[in-house]
Design a protein around this ligand. Structure first.
Ligand SMILES: Cc1cc2nc3c(=O)[nH]c(=O)nc-3n(C[C@H](O)[C@H](O)[C@H](O)COP(=O)(O)OP(=O)(O)OC[C@H]3O[C@@H](n4cnc5c(N)ncnc54)[C@H](O)[C@@H]3O)c2cc1C
Length: 477
């Protein structure tokens, strides 16, 4: 048994899914002395695009790697120019001021999915995690009262058993089915997202495109039921781009909930877009098509059915998009998934007895669920706002954006925006876990004296962890 931070119970963790959440949780758990194996059906270097890494997650990464390493693979985001997709007309500008971001504890970085994936893989394997790529889980089996250990069946026929199973297998999670005890009720939704990485080599040959590649901005082009966001990736070597096609645009039912569906660029008609957008897309090698699915039970507050993150044996848990599927290509799915992973891993670095499992799992969900729901709803709302159909609503939005362009914020607006930003970006997932332990976890352990789990008031925990500022309106991004 080894322990860096006091995980006194030596546990075999099996993580299904070696994406960003899976590798992060594996790393944090291995660092605290647990044994961890990750099973991932694909590998490194698969097609992907740009991701946003805001301060709430860059500060976690900076605990694990030097900031210089993050700045090598990421670009410090300066601001978001807001333009019309049809003609490129400038509508507004949102500053991501570096000093404000630093005040909130981190950097706002623009990265490529693959670079972060490789970084987390290196961290996890250096901490002793075993990662099996090209290995698919085809079934998940819960333990029994006599033998509580969960297991999984692999496509190659092998069965792997562990002490504890983590489902980090994304929105179409096979582990979620075991947790919920039924099939996933996913229905097609109203958003298809197309992602691509444009080779910088080609862009460099054109002065206008070179300007975008070298810029530190994250521009958004706002169209009629369609929007495009783009930014430099791989330290200005390439350019990542997402196209969001909402109901009312071309084919609202196109695509599946996967990052494996490559389609030709001319799947979309972009001939009416601003010339720079047309030029950018003409250099794209292909599009990765994915879509948002609806899960009605997740939206029904009166049912805890859809929002159960661990199973009744307390040996299987969900993190990242397997717990809460997100809008593809959103601003926050990566940061929220990594927060889940870091918080869960930090909690479980305190594990000294099997009897702690129910309280640790309840704490994990209690600490994460509300934050996930608030940030997710705001992510979708903001994405919808920049793709409003032509009409008076869109005109009013433009007037508002022109007025509240960051330079013109008065003191009141700045304060309000800062408070909202502070709630999202100021969060430190590892501190949340430590705070829970100091305020609650260790007392329940002392009261228990290593015996049976003592329950305590979750309502109290929830009150204690209420954000300083309650977010009652849309976030400014
Ligand atoms: C290949 C890929 C590329 C992406 N590119 C982008 C991007 O460019 N921009 C962006 O904003 N977001 C992208 N995302 C989504 C982004 O990673 C997530 O929104 C966020 O990081 C949450 O991550 P997650 O680890 O919870 O889920 P995911 O990122 O979906 O990771 C889940 C992992 O589980 C694996 N898996 C699923 N089922 C099984 C199984 N049965 N057996 C074994 N392994 C399994 C998947 O292959 C995947 O690697 C991408 C996701 C993937 C998988």
């Amino acid at each position: 048994m080894s322990s860096n931070t006091g995980a006194l119970l030596d546990v075999d963790f099996l993580v299904v899914g070696g994406g960003l959440a899976g590798l992060t949780v594996a790393f944090v758990l291995a660092e605290s002395g647990h044994r961890v194996r990750v099973i991932e059906k694909r590998g490194l270097g698969v097609p992907a695009g740009g991701i946003r890494v805001p301060p709430n997650v860059s500060k976690l990464l900076a605990q694990w790697v030097p900031r210089e390493e993050l700045l090598r693979i990421g670009t410090l985001c300066a601001g978001t120019p807001l333009r019309h997709l049809e003609d490129g007309e400038h509508v507004g500008f949102l500053h991501w001021k570096a000093d404000i971001m630093r005040e909130l504890g981190g950097d706002f970085l623009l990265m490529h999915h693959e670079d972060l994936h490789r970084l987390l893989y290196t961290l996890a394997t250096s901490a002793g995690v075993r990662v099996d790529f090209n290995t698919e889980v085809v079934a998940v089996h819960q333990g029994t009262e006599q033998v509580p250990n969960p297991s999984v069946s692999l496509l190659n026929g092998e069965v792997v058993t562990a002490d504890f199973l983590i489902g980090a297998d994304g929105p179409r999670s096979i582990v979620r089915k075991a947790v919920l005890g039924r099939e996933d009720n996913a229905e097609p939704s109203f958003l298809t997202v197309y992602t691509t990485t444009i080779p910088g080599e080609k862009m460099r040959e054109d002065p206008e495109m070179r300007r975008w590649l070298d810029s530190d901005d994250w521009p958004i082009w706002m169209g009629n039921n369609r929007s495009i966001c783009a930014h430099p990736v791989r330290g200005h070597k390439d350019f990542g781009l997402h196209i969001y096609s909402w109901e009312g645009d071309v084919d609202p039912l196109a695509g599946e909930e996967t990052w494996e569906d490559l389609v030709p660029v001319d799947t979309l008609d972009y001939s009416t877009h601003a010339p720079i957008v047309q030029k950018l897309l003409s250099f794209a090698p292909h599009l990765i098509r994915t879509r948002l699915m609806r899960r009605p039970e997740y939206e029904d507050d009166s049912s805890d059915e859809g929002s159960r993150w661990s199973d009744h044996t307390s040996r299987i848990v969900l993190i990242g998009e397997s717990a809460h599927p997100w809008q593809p290509g959103g601003t926050h799915p990566v940061s929220i998934a990594l927060e889940d992973a870091a918080l869960f891993g930090t909690l479980f670095s305190r594990l000294t007895s099997w009897s702690q499992l129910p309280s640790f799992l309840a704490a994990y969900q209690e600490l994460r669920e509300e934050r996930c729901a608030v940030v997710k709803a705001s992510d979708i709302k903001n994405a919808r706002m920049v793709a409003m159909p032509l009409g008076p609503g869109r005109d009013a939005r433009d007037v508002d954006m022109r007025k509240s362009s960051a330079d013109e914020w008065d003191e009141g607006t700045t304060k309000e925006n800062f408070e909202e930003m502070a709630w999202v970006f100021g969060y430190v997932a590892t501190d949340e876990a430590d705070e829970w332990w100091v305020n609650w976890g260790r007392y329940s352990q002392e009261a228990r004296g290593g015996e049976k789990h003592t329950s305590f008031s979750w309502q109290m925990v929830s009150m204690m962890s209420e954000p300083a500022t309650t977010v009652t309106h849309d976030l400014p991004y």
